[in-house]
Unconditional design. Structure first.
Length: 129
């Protein structure tokens, strides 16, 4: 009987190892920097708008100021689509200098020009509509 016990103890780990597939990899989750698609699957970036590495692009858009954060140095805007960058309409925070932040208030409808780069998005100018 002890032989059967030892044989079982040796066979179980071996059979479990045989079931393991060394090619299995886990999909990165959103909190690891991978954006998620509408069906909660990671997007591969193939159809996502991108900025060329190191290149800053200038674009303009219209939107509504939803928040101003002096401490973070940002203005949050609910803006329309930005065809020049292939961006859909969305709400997002933009870096903004104090003189730019002082020109607007929450609720203002605005037109703004901004620079988008790998370093972030910065409002260059803003005017009320």
């Amino acid at each position: 009987m002890p032989s059967l016990t030892w044989l079982t103890l040796l066979a179980v780990p071996l059979s479990l190892t045989a079931c393991d597939n060394a090619n299995d990899t886990e999909m990165p989750m959103e909190d690891e920097g991978m954006p998620m698609g509408p069906d909660a699957t990671p997007m591969d970036g193939e159809n996502m708008p991108t900025i060329q590495s190191g290149a800053a692009r200038t674009a303009s858009a219209e939107g509504t100021v939803t928040a101003i954060d002096a401490e973070a140095g940002t203005i949050t805007l609910d803006h329309g689509a930005v065809p020049a960058l292939d961006w859909p309409a969305m709400t997002m925070a933009f870096d903004a200098a104090p003189e730019v932040r002082s020109q607007v208030a929450v609720g203002d409808a605005v037109t703004f020009e901004f620079e988008a780069s790998d370093a972030g998005n910065r409002i260059a100018s803003v005017s009320k509509k």
